[in-house]
Design a protein around this ligand. Structure first.
Ligand SMILES: *[C@@H]1O[C@H](CO)[C@@H](O)[C@H](O)[C@H]1NC(C)=O
Ligand SMILES: *[C@@H]1O[C@H](CO)[C@@H](O)[C@H](O)[C@H]1NC(C)=O
Ligand SMILES: *[C@@H]1O[C@H](CO)[C@@H](O)[C@H](O)[C@H]1NC(C)=O
Ligand SMILES: *[C@@H]1O[C@H](CO)[C@@H](O)[C@H](O)[C@H]1NC(C)=O
Ligand SMILES: *[C@@H]1O[C@H](CO)[C@@H](O)[C@H](O)[C@H]1NC(C)=O
Ligand SMILES: *[C@@H]1O[C@H](CO)[C@@H](O)[C@H](O)[C@H]1NC(C)=O
Ligand SMILES: *[C@@H]1O[C@H](CO)[C@@H](O)[C@H](O)[C@H]1NC(C)=O
Ligand SMILES: *[C@@H]1O[C@H](CO)[C@@H](O)[C@H](O)[C@H]1NC(C)=O
Ligand SMILES: *[C@@H]1O[C@H](CO)[C@@H](O)[C@H](O)[C@H]1NC(C)=O
Ligand SMILES: *[C@@H]1O[C@H](CO)[C@@H](O)[C@H](O)[C@H]1NC(C)=O
Ligand SMILES: *[C@@H]1O[C@H](CO)[C@@H](O)[C@H](O)[C@H]1NC(C)=O
Length: 754
């Protein structure tokens, strides 16, 4: 039997964090001890710190429990630290120790799961003149960019990972292809150049790089899958499948075993990947935690320090504000949007009324037959009292009221008031879900008839059930709707800004396709498909990873902040009918919903100029945020000092490609922020600023004109914000620099007036 996991409707494939159970305080649990940047010896080798870490542990752990003086993980390449079994008071004692930056419990990220590229390109191409376009047409992208995917592993046999046409693996690559009974060295090739897994907690390691969950295979193929003709999900969405950067190589870091994904593994994967030589790391996962207790933030900081770009998903907790995660300024944070293809399934009620909803199923129910319709809640109740025999006879349909327990920052599989198991027990013929947030997200449910409708339609269906003696319904087969308009739309589940940790960096950074994305999957069932649909910011994140790899392959010398800036300042804020991009309730989307906008990879090849954000800026950010000089010194390889006047306010001054001010006092003096930009376009260029601001907010840029020349590659400008009498709360706008020709460099801002 196919695993139940795979039959469940997929959504929000963003790994869910489950806080480790609160067992007795003194029972040893795995903890992560983070100790800052690793010190390199004079000849560049990394000092062996394992012994020192064991010695440190032996000063904390009582000698009669000496078996605990061992490391689950030892972090050493890009940063120092370890994971070990510690009692709470030992962890506390360690956290005050010289050289220790932070100590936090290991937690589990629990797993409960083609058209997109053409769409992005078609949209992007419309906006640039032909000349810029063709400029890069003849330019063959290099195949030396390596994308590391920290996820649930990979299904290496997928056609998306074939290495046809690839040359030798870049010599700088130091990674490995770890073997296990189900994964051979020959499963790696010139495309899939590395695979590692982490399963050190269990002596009888059952770990493998093979993906049994499906998430990692989908994200890896979205980022860098090869060109594969005739890909489809049983004939749906037929076309050519390919990742964002088909010429790039992939390295897989599986942080999950078959049941759990642990955060101490994430740090180990970062440490290995940085050492192995990846250029870009893609993480479709995350947790809510302060920066220095968040393995993604810590790992990404050191990745960035070592020139590795980190791209991560924003989370699936929208549309509520302040739900975005992975918000450190050194992370490229990605929200999700729709593409111009959708899948409609229609509910036909016994009274002849029809309602269109979303869903992808291969069911072949027809108009002619309808089935009894009942509330899921009632069925669940009845199931516990009614005999097995009666269940299968009577209960055929269920309708689930609006969701009650889809936890915050929810993930992998959609939870509803009635479990899928109950449905199977009841031999339900189909499933109608009423859910306003997911009404436009077509889940893929195999043969099982499934549809999601919004509240207004749901209300009418519920009314019909309430007012009818024997309510009946059917769900008609899924219809693919190509060239759907308008698109993109910001997906309602996509997590929103402002960032919960600081409102002085604008997050998310951008959006990319994340609804009903077709990509490689783990095959299952009798007639397995190679491709399948998933939705979530987990799917939009690798779109940006692929786009970044594509830019890197054309501009190999660009740093990660240059690539990020290029993708942000050229992002599109219009949909395919030429109107401003909207959200799921029909309002214009603001930067807390979509960041700088929808990425436009081809336009990002020629951004004009870029905002470079350096490691120093990130260290300043940590100072301004409030971490001590001592901690920041430990994290940096330089003798950097925090400035005495560090304050939260100064975070807005970090050289970031967008501006956010979390508190602008009404009627007070103007707040001024400074930016420095670097020319990457024509040597001689002049740009003029054009400000778009809400009427009550005075926004001035000076100088209004900036000029680049042979010996002036960097230019600074200031922007002042003063409230005249704007609406209280967040005000949004943008500053667009135009060179009079093809280049528009757009910088968005969010200013909270209080
Ligand atoms: C690994 O290689 C062995 C021998 O070459 C082969 O029998 C086996 O099927 C391979 N396993 C996988 C998972 O490819
Ligand atoms: C490992 O396997 C052996 C034999 O199969 C078993 O006795 C032992 O308890 C296992 N150890 C762990 C840590 O699971
Ligand atoms: C394309 O795939 C479909 C099934 O998905 C198959 O019936 C058809 O023969 C394939 N066409 C080609 C040209 O491979
Ligand atoms: C997976 O890892 C978790 C902790 O990392 C461990 O408790 C669990 O036993 C592992 N499961 C398997 C099947 O190895
Ligand atoms: C509908 O699909 C089911 C399951 O695939 C199959 O058994 C049945 O024969 C199909 N019915 C029709 C009318 O095609
Ligand atoms: C649940 O059981 C009660 C009592 O047997 C029955 O009246 C009702 O119709 C059942 N509900 C459903 C949804 O089958
Ligand atoms: C339908 O009936 C249920 C109880 O049977 C009630 O809770 C619900 O409010 C009713 N809904 C509508 C839309 O009438
Ligand atoms: C759309 O934007 C409006 C205005 O910003 C907001 O009130 C609404 O909640 C948003 N809806 C969704 C689904 O994002
Ligand atoms: C930081 O401060 C220390 C002592 O106050 C000083 O020796 C060092 O030069 C400073 N570093 C920098 C980069 O200014
Ligand atoms: C901090 O204060 C010093 C002097 O008081 C000033 O020169 C410097 O520009 C300030 N730094 C920042 C980042 O504002
Ligand atoms: C830039 O302008 C200078 C001075 O006008 C000129 O000498 C130089 O040739 C120009 N460079 C390019 C690349 O156009």
């Amino acid at each position: 039997m196919a695993s139940l996991l795979q039959l469940l409707p997929f959504i929000c494939l963003h790994l869910l964090i489950v806080i480790a159970s609160t067992s007795s305080n003194q029972t040893p649990k795995p903890y992560i001890v983070y100790m800052g940047s690793s010190s390199k010896t004079e000849n560049g080798d990394v000092e062996d710190t394992e012994l020192a870490h064991l010695q440190l542990l032996s000063t904390i752990i009582p000698s009669e429990e000496s078996e605990r003086i061992s490391l689950i993980h030892h972090y050493k390449h890009a940063f120092k630290g370890f994971a070990a079994m510690l009692a709470e008071k030992e962890a506390l004692a360690l956290s005050g120790h010289e050289g220790v930056v932070s100590v936090f419990p290991n937690s589990l990220l629990q797993l409960h799961t083609t058209r997109s590229w053409d769409f992005l390109e078609a949209e992007g191409a419309k906006k640039k003149s032909r000349s810029t376009w063709s400029h890069h047409k003849n330019c063959k992208p290099s195949s030396d960019v390596i994308i590391g995917v920290i996820d649930t592993g990979v299904w290496p046999e997928s056609p998306s990972f074939n290495d046809k046409g690839f040359g030798k693996i870049p010599s700088r690559w130091k990674g490995v292809c770890m073997e296990s009974p189900d994964f051979n060295k020959s499963n790696c090739n010139r495309k899939l150049i590395g695979a590692r897994y982490y399963d050190n907690t269990n002596q009888n390691a059952t770990g493998s790089s093979r993906d049994y969950i499906g998430h990692g295979t989908h994200t890896a193929s979205t980022a860098a899958g090869a060109h594969v003709g005739n890909a489809s999900y049983y004939g749906l969405a037929k076309g050519k499948a390919r990742g964002g950067s088909p010429s790039s190589r992939l390295a897989i870091y599986n942080i999950c075993n078959q049941t759990d994904c642990s955060t101490s593994n994430i740090l180990k994967a970062f440490d290995d990947a940085i050492h192995d030589g990846v250029d870009i790391l893609s993480l479709s996962l995350g947790i809510e935690a302060p920066y220095l207790q968040d393995p993604v933030a810590i790992g990404a900081f050191h990745a960035e320090e070592n020139g590795v770009m980190v791209i991560a998903s924003a989370g699936n907790s929208g549309p509520l504000p302040s739900t975005v995660i992975n918000t450190a300024p050194w992370i490229f944070t990605v929200g999700a949007s729709t593409i111009d293809r959708t899948f409609v399934s229609t509910v036909l009620l016994g009274n002849g009324k029809a309602f269109q909803g979303s869903g992808i199923s291969l069911s072949n129910l027809s108009h002619s037959k309808t089935y009894p319709l009942a509330f899921g809640k009632d069925i669940a109740t009845n199931l516990s009292v009614v005999s097995q025999a009666r269940r299968s006879q009577e209960l055929q349909w269920r309708i689930i009221g609006s969701k009650e327990n889809s936890g915050q920052n929810s993930c992998l599989y959609y939870q509803s008031t009635v479990s899928y198991e109950t449905m199977i027990l009841a031999k339900a013929k189909g499933y109608i879900l009423v859910d306003e947030v997911y009404k436009a997200v077509p889940f893929s449910t195999g043969l099982f008839p499934f549809v999601i409708v919004g509240n207004s339609q749901g209300f009418q269906i519920i009314n019909y059930i309430n007012s009818t003696k024997n309510p009946t319904a059917t769900i008609l087969p899924t219809v693919e709707v190509p060239r759907y308009k308008p698109a993109p739309i910001v997906a309602s589940f996509s997590s929103r800004g402002p960032g919960p940790l600081t409102g002085n960096i604008l997050k998310p950074d951008v959006t990319a396709p994340g609804v009903a994305i077709l990509a490689a999957i783990v095959p299952f069932g009798e007639k397995p498909a190679d491709y399948g649909f998933m939705s979530g910011t987990s799917m939009s994140c690798p779109h940006v990873s692929g786009a970044a790899a594509f830019i890197k392959s054309v501009h190999p010398t660009w740093t990660s902040s240059m690539i990020k800036s290029a993708l942000m300042t050229t992002a599109s804020v219009y949909d395919n009918i030429g109107k401003p991009l909207k959200n799921d309730s029909g309002y214009y989307a603001n930067p807390h919903q979509m960041g700088a906008g929808e990425i436009s990879p081809h336009n990002a090849l020629n951004p004009g100029f870029v905002f470079e954000t350096t490691t120093k800026d990130y260290l300043r950010f940590l100072c301004y945020y409030g971490y001590s000089n001592k901690i920041i010194k430990a994290m940096s390889n330089t003798n950097f000092n925090c400035s005495k006047n560090s304050s939260h306010k100064l975070i807005s001054n970090i050289n970031y490609p967008s501006i956010s001010i979390s508190k602008l006092d009404r009627h007070k003096v103007a707040t001024i922020v400074k930016r420095t930009v670097t020319n990457v376009g024509s040597v001689n260029a002049t740009y003029a600023a054009n400000v778009q601001a809400p009427s009550g907010l005075a926004v001035n840029v000076y100088p209004k004109k900036i000029e680049f020349s042979e010996n002036k590659k960097k230019v600074s400008f200031k922007v002042s914000f003063k409230s005249k009498d704007p609406d209280s709360g967040y005000n949004f706008g943008s500053i667009t620099w135009w060179d009079g020709q093809d280049n528009h460099v757009r910088m968005v801002f969010a200013v909270n007036v209080q």
